[in-house]
Design a protein around this ligand. Sequence first.
Ligand SMILES: [Zn+2]
Ligand SMILES: [Zn+2]
Length: 366
Amino acid sequence: MDLYLVLGVRHSASEADIRRAYRRLARRYHPDINPGDREAALRFQDIVEAYETLVDPDRRHRYDAGARGPGDREPKASGFDGFDFSKGPAGGEGLFGDLFAEVLSVRRRATEAAPERGVDLHQTITLGFTEALQGARRPILVTRRDTCAACAGRGHVPSPGGPCRACDGKGTVRVARGHMVFRRACASCAGSGRLPPRPCLSCGGAGLETRSETTTVAIPPGIADGDRMRVPGKGNVGPRGGAPGDLYLTAEVTGDARYRREGDDVVMVLPVAVPEAALGARVEVETPDGPARLRVPPGTQSGQRFRLRERGAPSVRDGRRGDLIVEVRLMLPRVLDERSKALLREFASLHPESVRDDGKPQGGSA
Ligand SMILES: [Zn+2]
Ligand SMILES: [Zn+2]
């Protein structure tokens, strides 16, 4: 493979020419603008290799001298792993503005080569009020970056055997210079005589692929609006074999007209008629667990609260249930008929004391 030919530049090309050629070709062959195009992916790898070799004066000199040792191959394979095509601005000019920095930082990162932990993912799950109280099993669709299945994350696959075509498996090629004929290490196979591993076509050499998968999560009973759950290992897999990140699920619990949460307590409003509150009554209450009977004691006031022990939400920490708090709301009757009005007037005359003034007679003792 003639690296000058790959970039389409003359052997006398300046460094600026090489950068320009690379930039032009990257615009055409970058995997981001040719998703799924295997030819383009392979072509781009060659372009990157040619660029990295020719833009570096030392390496270019050695390449020109035909002394391209096996060590020079290494940065390519590991270098390509460092690309993360998911990052950066989505398309447009900005993508290529960073391309040089990306390629050049690749070699530096390759020498560090420490695996990195993958990033965490975040999703919201919506639950009904009683569903959140009872807990649920939910299948959720997660789109995450995972190790490429085709190459096990290596970014390259073994060649389908056979000798290197450029040197017929000898590992060296004949070079004529003037009257001199000598042999030098074959550049295509780095002198090994065998075809080098090919970049993985499924992942374009990145070693990672984006997959959508369904994961069933167990939502613990009692989860509240805004609570966050961690699903370990379901985030993106890390670069260079790093551990995967986690998936975080934030619960969004929809409201219910009947109930609301106060921590692990569930609060509900119970409408009570005036005679029931004044005289006492037994009333049926619809709780999240089903119907229950509640004794309303005589003289119950509006806003008074009754506590049904351990009928609230289970604690997500220890499973102990909070209480169900029943808040009384006095419902005044619509008094339209004369008979009811007369009875209420009579009732008022029996109770002249003020409701505002701590039991003293209304307007003094006239
Ligand atoms: Zn792969
Ligand atoms: Zn060869």
